[in-house]
Design a protein around this ligand. Structure first.
Ligand SMILES: NC(=O)c1ccc[n+]([C@@H]2O[C@H](COP(=O)([O-])OP(=O)(O)OC[C@H]3O[C@@H](n4cnc5c(N)ncnc54)[C@H](O)[C@@H]3O)[C@@H](O)[C@H]2O)c1
Length: 426
């Protein structure tokens, strides 16, 4: 039973979370500070780890929360399970945080795991409010409400960064929940969910001053489709910014100019800001490549130039980087290119859709041997290329060492290193 306007009523709810990845696990732990949370996954190893207070992903705050809960310093009401009935039955809210990979054949997100989760919630908890946290195409929630004849489905975009998943939920830039604006019950449920997230955030966030002078965490309850658009347009803006500074770097490299000097000068303008401007091999990670492509697909029949250009720019950048690397080994009889880490960012163990993999594919297509140094990968090879954990041997074997992000490990490799990490930050 949800009563609006009473902070106490926003605690001690039963909340189910489908998916214990970056999004699901961070939201589940956040909410488990004040509610009974059951986190459901379909991978037994993840559930097993969580029920032994171990995180299946690398994330400092998640690890700390689990450790502190295990030794009694931080009481959490959290349980991981494989049992849909246990997770969903009598839930007030069910949060869906399952994958939505981009399907290149359909040119659209594959939303089947979201639908499977919604069906399971409906079966066990027909009165629960379902909040989709997975990133979905613009217009999806309205369609799914119609398809399931269900007006209890909401959407709340997630803005976390991998590696800082729980931190970003404890210190959220904003909380957005989408609900049909002409449905008072849904709007009410959206406000309650926004309050649940805000209540789980670091208490100091209540007093923070935002750039516009307002205090506390901005909470927006907007239309369903607008909330979906906020997510895809936000990520596409981030991709645009990465692509912009990468293309600046491509220009400077091609004309023998000092990229760093140009970026420093450009970014002293406070409207441009001196952050998120470090050149790389391309934007990557799980979300930006797929979210930009999905937004472009959503533009079907709508005029645009920029969104398509952002998607194309990432391809062009990887072509340029691959050519730069190939130039460095030109003339060698059996060149070996060393890939230093498959990860996108330093301090991460995740290499889903990392830009360096696109570069690696291009180099291999030219017949160059590639060897990979990736200490978190416990396999002898990666797409046919040898994987090593021996950094010294790796440095000796490679003619060129390619690093999307610099690490002091490479300091003694001298001229062999090729990176565009000019500012030594993510
Ligand atoms: N990773 C990010 O930085 C990030 C940020 C914002 C939004 N998102 C979006 O959130 C969604 C999830 O992303 P993620 O990175 O957490 O994914 P993830 O792959 O890390 O985790 C998803 C989890 O869902 C589980 N799962 C799959 N089907 C299930 C089902 N039917 N029932 C229960 N569990 C199921 C998987 O086993 C997996 O553990 C995606 O749509 C993604 O685009 C991700």
């Amino acid at each position: 039973m949800i009563i609006h306007g009473n902070a106490e009523s926003r605690m001690n709810m039963k909340i189910a979370v489908a998916g214990t990845g970056y999004v699901g696990l961070s939201v589940a732990l956040l909410l488990s500070q004040h509610n009974e949370v059951h986190a459901l996954d379909i991978v037994p190893e993840k559930v097993e780890l969580l029920n032994h207070a171990k995180s299946p992903i690398v994330d400092r705050e998640i690890t700390d929360f689990l450790d502190e809960n295990a030794d009694g310093r931080r009481p959490l009401n959290f349980q991981a399970t494989l049992d849909a009935a246990q997770a969903y039955t009598d839930a007030d809210y069910a949060v869906v945080a399952t994958p939505t990979n981009y399907d290149p054949k359909k040119n659209y997100f594959d939303t089947s795991s979201v639908e499977a989760a919604i069906e399971a919630v409906r079966e066990h908890a027909p009165h629960a409010w379902i909040v989709i946290k997975s990133t979905i195409p613009v217009g999806y929630t309205a369609q799914i409400r119609e398809r399931f004849h269900d007006d209890r489905i909401l959407f709340s975009p997630e803005f976390l960064r991998e590696g800082h998943a729980l931190y970003d939920n404890l210190h959220p830039s904003r909380i957005v929940v989408g609900a049909p604006q002409d449905d008072p019950a849904a709007v009410e449920a959206a406000h309650v969910f926004a309050d649940l997230l805000a209540h789980g955030a670091d208490p100091a966030e209540k007093d923070r001053v935002n750039p516009d002078g307002s205090h506390g965490i901005p909470q927006l309850v907007v239309g369903l489709t607008e909330a979906e658009a906020i997510k895809l347009f936000a990520n596409t803006y981030l991709a645009l910014r990465v692509a912009y500074f990468n293309e600046l770097d491509t220009y400077a490299e091609s004309r023998d100019l000092n990229t760093k000097a140009i970026i420093d000068g450009v970014c002293l303008d406070p409207r441009i800001r001196n952050d998120y401007n470090n050149p790389s091999f391309g934007y990557g990670g799980y979300c930006l490549p797929k979210d930009t492509k999905q937004l472009l697909a959503n533009y079907d029949q709508v005029p645009q130039n920029l969104i398509g250009a952002i998607v194309d720019a990432n391809r062009t950048r990887k072509d340029f980087i691959a050519d730069e690397i190939l130039e460095r080994v030109a003339g060698k009889e059996h060149p070996v290119v060393g890939i230093y880490r498959l990860t996108m960012k330093s301090g991460s163990d995740n290499f889903r859709q990392s830009a360096i993999q696109g570069v690696m594919k291009r180099i291999k297509a030219k017949g160059v041997t590639v060897v990979v140094y990736e200490p978190t990968l416990d396999k002898p090879d990666f797409f046919g290329s040898k994987v090593t954990h021996d950094l010294t041997a790796f440095k000796q074997e490679a003619d060129v060492i390619v690093a999307n992000r610099w690490n002091d490990d490479l300091a003694d490799a001298g001229e062999k290193v090729f990176t565009r990490d000019l500012f030594r930050r993510d």
